[in-house]
Design a protein around this ligand. Structure first.
Ligand code: SF4
Length: 450
């Protein structure tokens, strides 16, 4: 379902746009009373027959999200960017993670394209219970239109990625849009030279359009022109061939103008395209742009270490800082457990649980991990906040059913909370064994458990 955040309009804002004649035809004694009801959404604007077209447009425009939600891709692989509402994630979570994609040039042979696609498709990682993967393939024209179209169709046919069409040739773009029909590719990129032509293509094919500009003033003009020509889903293309400081300044300005100054002509997500850089420079720059505030990042390199770093960064930025990632609190058997398998206790903070899980798996000793509900806090934080207490652990042990699964009564606790051993032993009736402080110590600890 398409979810957009809408700016709340005050009754006074709406009142300013009404005729102010107090004619009562809407059923309200005054225009102000009608405006107040409109703000509460208990009446519709149509009740007033005298609202001008201009006022209607303004009211509708004000009700739009400050940064437009732009969709790329089809229903099977729908990528949503934009519709962010805050500058900083401590104010509210960021909603639509940066889409990460790779540029493939049509100068490669079909076989090379297939190999590259295959490698990119395999760039998937599981981290704290979530599958991290990339989103887009951008096909860049470097040869004639025929070869580019061949590459576009090859990639589109072989992969489910969202597609970015990189070509300045409007007839080639038209052919690609017709061929991809419902795949909703991103057209890249309109400039001051072809803005009307590309905007019409975007309108006719209901496709999003990236716009490249020379200066911030040009950008406002270009987005206005594109909108007038019928392009609705616009993505702003920032030139990344400059010092990083300048790019970051512009990225911040676009976001600030849209959110704080209600500048509609800049209220769109941003795309940043990496130029040929070495892998280290590319990953550093891309990381900066993911952090502030790129909606789409296109890369040239696709080394596993670099992509893993960027996907991890994106995951961290787009999780809700006020709601730690949590797993269900219960007993997790790892491997083929028996009545003699060890029992370890930890918290339900995803990062903690998955770190412990990884080390237990690495030990190759089938074990049980009891995850206690600490509201997503890690061990020491939960202990300090009294969420990981002897009472809670004893209660979790009972509820988990572990007493029916193992014959022994030995519970391994994290080394950092060794201080609770005596109390926990008393409350649970289990013998407490103090485990290592760091999860990395778990394999050798389990092997020497005897
Ligand atoms: Fe005001 Fe329109 Fe209502 Fe008349 S119908 S009172 S102009 S809001």
């Amino acid at each position: 379902m398409l979810v957009t955040k809408r700016m709340a309009l005050s009754g006074l804002d709406i009142y300013k746009l009404l005729p102010k004649t107090n004619c009562r035809e809407c059923g309200f004694p005054t225009c102000l009373a009608f405006a107040l009801s409109l703000a509460k959404k208990v009446v519709s604007l149509e009740k007033c027959p005298y609202v001008s077209e201009k006022a209607k447009e303004a009211l509708e425009a004000q009700a739009q999200p400050p940064i437009r939600l732009v969709l790329v891709g089809d229903d099977k692989n729908r990528i949503e960017v934009g519709n962010e509402t805050v500058m900083f994630r401590h104010e509210e979570k960021f909603h639509h993670p940066t889409a990460i994609g790779f540029i493939i040039e049509d100068s490669l042979t079909n076989e090379e394209i297939k190999q590259r696609l295959d490698k990119i498709t395999r760039l998937q990682f599981e981290r704290v219970g979530q599958l991290l993967k990339t989103d887009l393939i951008a096909i860049k024209q470097t040869r004639d239109a025929k070869r580019w179209l061949e590459a576009v169709n090859l990639i589109s046919g072989l992969s489910g990625f969202g597609i970015v069409l990189i070509s300045e040739d409007s007839s080639a773009q038209l052919a690609a849009l017709e061929s991809l029909a419902k795949k909703r590719p991103l057209i890249y990129a309109a400039t001051d030279k072809n803005i009307l032509e590309f905007s019409r293509l975007a309108k006719e094919h209901n496709a999003p359009l990236a716009i490249r500009f020379k200066s911030m003033d040009d950008l406002s003009e270009l987005t206005k022109k594109a909108k007038e020509a019928g392009a609705c889903d616009i993505v702003i293309d920032l030139n990344t061939e400059r010092h990083n400081q300048e790019v970051l300044w512009e990225l911040t300005q676009v976001r600030r103008q849209a959110l704080k100054k209600a500048n509609r002509s800049l209220g769109y997500p941003v795309i940043t395209v990496m130029n040929r850089l070495n892998s280290y420079e590319e990953v550093i720059k891309a990381g900066d742009y993911i952090a502030k505030y790129s909606g789409i990042v296109l890369l040239n390199g696709f080394e596993e270490w670099a992509v893993l770093a960027l996907l991890t960064l994106r995951q961290n930025i787009y999780t809700d800082p006020q709601r730690p990632l949590q797993i269900e609190s219960k007993l997790y058997p790892v491997g083929n457990t028996t009545e003699a398998s060890p029992v370890l206790v930890t918290t339900n903070f995803s990062l903690t649980y998955y770190t412990v899980l990884g080390e237990v798996e690495a030990s190759k000793i089938a074990s049980n991990i009891l995850s206690v509900n600490t509201e997503g806090m890690s061990v020491l934080t939960a202990w300090a906040a009294e969420k990981f207490t002897p009472d809670k652990i004893a209660e979790s042990l009972k509820k988990s059913g572990v007493e029916e699964k193992v014959k022994h009564r030995n519970l391994i606790i994290p080394g950092y909370v060794a201080v609770m051993s005596g109390d926990l032993e008393e409350k649970s009736g289990w013998k407490i064994i103090v485990g290592p402080k760091e999860a990395a110590g778990i394999p050798s600890f389990l092997k020497n458990l005897g």
